[in-house]
Design a protein around this ligand. Sequence first.
Ligand code: M6R
Length: 359
Amino acid sequence: SKGTYEHYMLKEIDEQPGVMRHISQTYLDDAGNPKVDSKIVDAVAKADRLYIFAAGTSYHAGLVGKALFEHYTGIPTEVGYASEAGYHFPMMSKNPFFIFLTQSGETADSRVVLKETNKRGIPSLTMTNVEGSTLSREATYTMLLGAGPEIAVASTKAYTAQVAVQAVLAKALGEKLGVKEAQEWNLHHDLAIAAEGIQQLVDGKEKLKEIADKYLIKSRNAFYIGRGIDHAVALEAALKLKEVSYIQTEGFAAAELKHGTISLIENGTPVIALINDPVTAELTRGNIQEVVSRGANIVTIVSKEFANSSDDIVLPEINYYMSALLTVIPTQLLAYYASRDKGLDVDKPRNLAKSVTVE
Ligand code: M6R
């Protein structure tokens, strides 16, 4: 039940610190070592390439997973829309391993790919929130997200759970493969930092409501920009905002704006910039200047490491590879308040269903 909450979406946003702690308890022992079924780790360790398939928000979680897997395991990783791969199967490496990300475990587009995967005898793993769901039953292996039921159509806690469970697998796999980055990684610490950081951000939700009311609810369009993992989060943030608020929103790699899209920037266009990537933080600042000089209303969501006094939302410091877990939170809250304060049906946006069982 919603309890005292007006909407499931806010309840589910608020549950994320607990989801992080639950994943830590489920998948790490007291010493912080991963507890992942050794059959799964052994099977994935044989792969020369990982292929992640998913739809919507789960696809965006896969984009973050790519960064995690490549950094901590050294295995090249591709991420694709299930809806595309089903009928244009990707070119395979010699020893592929497929990962399906799906909150519901019932998404028809993903099921089509898994069917073909099984036909070809390719080993697979479904990461899902629903035990016994179709994709879980049909894949070789399953890892449960354990985020608890997600009722709001807009996915929030399943996204952060998918990022965290992929991190667990990356850690287990990287250790198995003897990758230094994985061996030296204190994932236990990072998940604790994530839980605390998310708590801090949801406690500051009033600030996001003010920003949504001031910059978003009267606007027809908006942009999210970021580089590296922030680009992946920008895509998810844009989907979240547009699906619940009906404000047309696009997520962009920050530097791509000047290759065309900057022509859409007018006086008052909201542009929300995400900055966590140490390598490109300064360059994104430059991209912010480009849109400010064209009249954009800029909102910045910035890691404490790079923040200054004019930034709007300062994110607690965390390992860059885990930063999506924190960056996404203010964007979920912006979407929530934009929808709510426009008087829309937050939990059931028009034309959408929670689980998409048609292709
Ligand atoms: O259940 P799934 O994770 O397979 O669903 C995939 C998408 O339909 C889903 O993530 C959708 O994009 C979200 N409801 C958006 O918030």
